[in-house]
Design a protein around this ligand. Structure first.
Ligand SMILES: [Fe+2]
Length: 287
């Protein structure tokens, strides 16, 4: 199994890890979960963080063939279309995005303003669809539960799990967003645990529990042994109880309303109104 080289980029404001994955034998690369900077007070976007990724790609002479989303994120806005403009590449996400679009079209009462066939994205990955980054074989493994479109990109020996698993001492991501389901996430973790123990596993968020420094890389074996929510001899029932009780204590992510509205449109703003300005909606008392 080929071992691609992985470069992580930490976005401190949202605790997100983005990645550039490259075929060590060539120039082909993929960008995973890039972040668009966003100031919620001013509703202003900027590209400092995405520009760091673009600079890395250019400095290393890489050719971006894919820009991959592990899911429609609720905690940050995606920089995928900006990076596509800068670097090229095909924007991909799981085919479950159509269910997320349908759910949030209703929540936000978007009606005809949102097409829900996923056509905003360049490519929708089917279950276990294979693709390649240069000579490195890759597969899109469906891992729903946190969201209905969540998937894991297995690229060579490296699995990019999005929010399906956090670091072993942090457990799992919440399952209480519309379309989330703790039972479904449990089954997704069983799928990930079928991968070889030495599979490198790269997560999308870490907040440094207990004051430790943030980390983004672990292995399937470490998760199987030590994940505090789904590892060791924990059962589905125990997990669902832990997850559900914890989710009941969590407030909504700071950027969920702007993030979801931008991200279900593949990172683009809603159609500008007559004055040329795009507007986002804020549903009162819905979250
Ligand atoms: Fe997420």
């Amino acid at each position: 199994m080929l071992k691609p080289e992985v470069k992580a980029f930490h976005h401190a404001d949202t605790g997100t890890f983005s990645y550039v994955v490259r075929d060590t034998g060539g120039r082909a690369a993929a960008v995973i979960d890039p972040v668009l900077d966003y100031d919620p007070a001013a509703a202003r976007t900027s590209t400092e963080s995405a520009d760091r990724i673009a600079a890395f790609v250019r400095d290393n002479g890489l050719e971006v063939v894919w820009i991959l989303e592990t899911h429609a994120h609720a905690d940050h806005l995606t920089a995928a279309p900006y990076l596509k403009e800068c670097l090229g590449g095909t924007i991909g996400i799981g085919s479950g995005i159509t269910r997320v679009q349908s759910t949030f079209r209703d929540v936000l009462n978007l009606g005809d303003a949102l097409t829900i066939d996923g056509s905003q994205f360049d490519h929708l990955f089917g279950n276990d669809e294979t693709f390649a980054i240069g000579a490195v074989e890759a597969r899109a493994i469906p891992t729903p539960g946190h969201t209905s479109d969540s998937l894991t990109y297995l690229i060579g020996d490296a699995a990019f799990v999005g929010d399906s698993l956090f670091m072993p001492d942090a457990g799992t991501a919440r399952c209480d967003f519309p379309g989330g389901d703790a039972h479904v996430l449990w089954r997704s973790t069983r799928r990930l645990f079928e991968l070889p123990d030495e599979t490198r596993l790269f997560i999308c968020h870490d907040y440094g529990p207990g004051g430790r420094e943030v980390r983004c890389e672990t292995t399937v074996g470490a998760q199987k042994r030590r994940n505090i929510h789904v590892g060791g001899d924990r059962t589905e029932g125990e997990f669902v109880k832990t997850r559900t009780e914890r989710d009941a204590t969590l407030g909504m992510p700071r950027l969920i309303l702007p993030a979801i509205q931008i991200n279900i449109r593949a990172g683009r703003a809603p159609e500008p109104e007559g004055n040329g300005v795009s507007y986002l909606k804020i549903p009162l008392n819905q979250f």
